[in-house]
Design a protein around this ligand. Sequence first.
Ligand SMILES: Nc1nc2c(c(=O)[nH]1)N[C@H]1C(S)=C(S)[C@@H](COP(=O)(O)OP(=O)(O)OC[C@H]3O[C@@H](n4cnc5c(=O)[nH]c(N)nc54)[C@H](O)[C@@H]3O)O[C@H]1N2
Ligand SMILES: Nc1nc2c(c(=O)[nH]1)N[C@H]1C(S)=C(S)[C@@H](COP(=O)(O)OP(=O)(O)OC[C@H]3O[C@@H](n4cnc5c(=O)[nH]c(N)nc54)[C@H](O)[C@@H]3O)O[C@H]1N2
Ligand SMILES: [Mo]
Length: 860
Amino acid sequence: MAVEGDPGHPSNYGKLCSKGTSLGDTMSLSERVLFPKIAGRRAEWGDAIRSVAKGFADTISQYGPESVALYVSGQILTEDYYVANKFAKGFLGTANIDTNSRLCMASSVAGHKRAFGADTVPGCYEDLEEADLVVITGSNFAWCHPVLHQRLLAAKSRRGTKLVVIDPRETATTEAADLHLRIRPGSDVALFNGLLRHLARSGDRDTRFIDQHTTGAEGALEAAETCTLHHVSGITGVAPDVLEQFYRLFAETRRTMTIYSQGVNQSSAGADKVNAILNAHLFTGRIGQPGMGPFSITGQPNAMGGREVGGLANQLAAHMDFDEESIERVGRFWQAPSIASSPGLKAVDMFDAVADGRIKAIWIMATNPVVSLPDADKVRRALEACPLVVVSEVSSTSDTAALADILLPATGWGEKSGTVTNSERRISRQRSFLKPPGEARHDWQAICQVACEMGFDGFEFAGPDEIFREHAQLSGFENDGRRDFDLGGAGSLSRADYDALEPFQWPLPKDAPARPAHHRFFADGRFYTPDHKARFLPVTYRPPASACSAEFPLALNTGRIRDQWHTMTRTGKAARLVNHIAEPFVEVHPGTASACGLGAFGIAKIVSPAGAAKLRVLCTERVSPGEVFVPMHWTDRFTGNGRIDALVLPNTDPVSGQPESKFTPVRLKPLDLDWQGFAVFRNEPHRAMLAQAEYWALAPADGGWRLEVAGCGNAGDFIRPLLPDGEQVTIEYGSNQFASAVFDEAGRLVFACFLDTGPVAADRAWLCGQLSQVVAGPARQALLAGRSGSGEAAGRIVCACMGVGTGKIREAVEAGAMTAEQIGTATGAGTNCGSCKPEIRKLIEGMRADIGNTRQVAAE
Ligand SMILES: Nc1nc2c(c(=O)[nH]1)N[C@H]1C(S)=C(S)[C@@H](COP(=O)(O)OP(=O)(O)OC[C@H]3O[C@@H](n4cnc5c(=O)[nH]c(N)nc54)[C@H](O)[C@@H]3O)O[C@H]1N2
Ligand SMILES: Nc1nc2c(c(=O)[nH]1)N[C@H]1C(S)=C(S)[C@@H](COP(=O)(O)OP(=O)(O)OC[C@H]3O[C@@H](n4cnc5c(=O)[nH]c(N)nc54)[C@H](O)[C@@H]3O)O[C@H]1N2
Ligand SMILES: [Mo]
């Protein structure tokens, strides 16, 4: 299968990120759920549907509708989402349907509704290219939205766009910044209040806009009054002159756009952070016009679609809430026998209710809460104890699927058909090009079949086009411009039109006049509040919910890495996506590391009041002293003790219910170890044996597997049971210091390991490349050196898309390449998604210095 971008798509113009580019590598049917299972045994679909229907019906008749729940995801299609929401809120009679978007977008939704009266993203992606100042806060844009980031960088080099990045860490995004404000975690409200105060003092306000189109400016200013430069500097840790530089730049640049993501949303003050940003834009009237506005960047392919159908527990449907009029209207439209009349439980509360037995049946779809929810060990225990857990999944190795009483095989990307909406409100058709594998069915089909089995009317859809039509009709139903979300114009699409649907932005009301290619809301200054005016919100800074202490002195920040997607059920299958970073790690400032007694590349135990994990230590100055960063991705599939959400405390924002995934007090200590190892395997090693080690992290390699491992006692005792059959060659340097390789009868390498008393220095990329190669004669001994005898080193893979490592990059630098672009021409690195370019620039700098020194020494 070959995967290519579509140059005609108005959001990415054909550019893909490393994960998109590698989709073909993740499509194998290994680790797929291929048929339904009941209590761990293969079952017929008919029995599975009847069991789910009966389980839910019995639970409701015995304990009432609040005893059941659905937990869904921004990774299902709008059509799946629509029927899930209708099923729960219209027919089960409960609003206990929430989604992983609670962990992701909920604070933005809350902030939008407070300020605009509706969950409206005002701008579009073109604004990135038309802005003169882009402020990126709480977002690692370069790694998490690489295609948009490349659009921004291209615009920057064309028009000199200024870039300010606000993040407690140095990241690939801060590299391109003209100004990086390295704020203390959680201090954004103070920073933006300081900005508002500055704007008021400097006179950079849009008085006409404020007077005609907003209310509450005075209150917001009053709340910001204490936020002098000095005060803000004390809270954020940013020097007053740097703050002033940012405030000035913002004040004097009309075309300013503020992009924000999880560093803002995932906070116990998430909704206030959002409103602090919106306040500054309302105050300057910078909204709804080209090149300006606040822009909440979503993460999942269909986080926005979920918001549109109303998949959050505190929304009803189609941007309608639980007011009497909406309940009556939606109930009438659905002909719903038992419509929910008040909000349901939000994700963290929902799993608390599972834990304490209030919820007795839950259906989880396209999300892996045992890994991604805070206090994840508690979530696991809750599901273990829950009488009925239904899981719809594509991956048999998801940690949550392992807890299913009833497991339903779902179709995945490439197999399913429907629509998704992106951050700029653009709806795109996703089309299937593969048949469902095994007995997999579409998520909407499973829901509709259960609903029909329960005797509900209104779920007899023949295809996603019929669902989309109904969804579009509901959005336009008795709307008349009162609600922002209106797809009325698509309410009578034929199946052929639906199949041929070109990407478009909502709104699309019935009989809409011709539309611009790029749509913006609020250009007319009309908002969705009762008086049509936007609302300023008075906000005051408060620190993260749990403070650091003597026992837990460090602040744990969590987030993403460039080449992995969430819980790795799909990206974890692609060898080229693990090449960049192949094991879970904790990023620590060298000063903090030495204070905790940690050596570089050792293994640390990290402990919070909720749980513990074991991770590789990565010492860098990219994190501040006292703060540590850990990726959210690793699961029990790939490591012994790496699920970081087991440590994250379930503190939530009081308004949005979103967990504070970016701040948990922790402590670090070194793991006492006698040895460390690196190994490659042709066949996957047994997990029970891996569990004998203190630490292990497994990852796919081309043609096999790679393992990082560390332990106590005798390394040989650990390795011996893992050795495959074949001819073995070993070199021993000392106790717990040896290298071994095993070759099959054809002379091909099937196993190699390198053990040492400390961190292992082997050329991992080169060794992975040796798997299944015929190695004979003296080359076998040479292989045990752990690197190529010819001196050619693959090095660490830097560009995942093109498979280029530090070895090739160094060659190019030695041959004279000075820029990332020249490296691209010489090696191909960075020429696809470009998300590795910041790293390449750093490498060039380091290598040039290094080569310079070597030459000088040689000359001397
Ligand atoms: N490679 C990759 N890309 C992805 C995903 C993925 O799994 N992998 N997931 C997608 C999804 S669903 C989402 S939601 C997005 C998320 O995209 P992002 O929000 O960009 O990603 P994160 O790494 O979670 O966090 C962003 C940054 O917030 C910073 N931060 C932490 N605390 C604070 C704070 O108090 N204030 C400020 N200003 N910043 C802070 C962190 O240091 C981090 O650099 O990414 C999407 N894209
Ligand atoms: N500590 C910490 N925790 C976090 C975050 C953080 O930054 N820090 N970020 C949070 C955010 S923003 C998000 S979005 C969540 C993401 O967290 P999750 O939603 O738990 O992560 P995924 O791995 O994307 O889970 C999707 C699951 O759906 C399956 N799947 C894929 N396609 C389909 C389909 O079409 N149908 C079905 N039925 N299944 C499918 C996949 O195999 C996978 O198991 O994590 C949150 N948790
Ligand atoms: Mo997300």
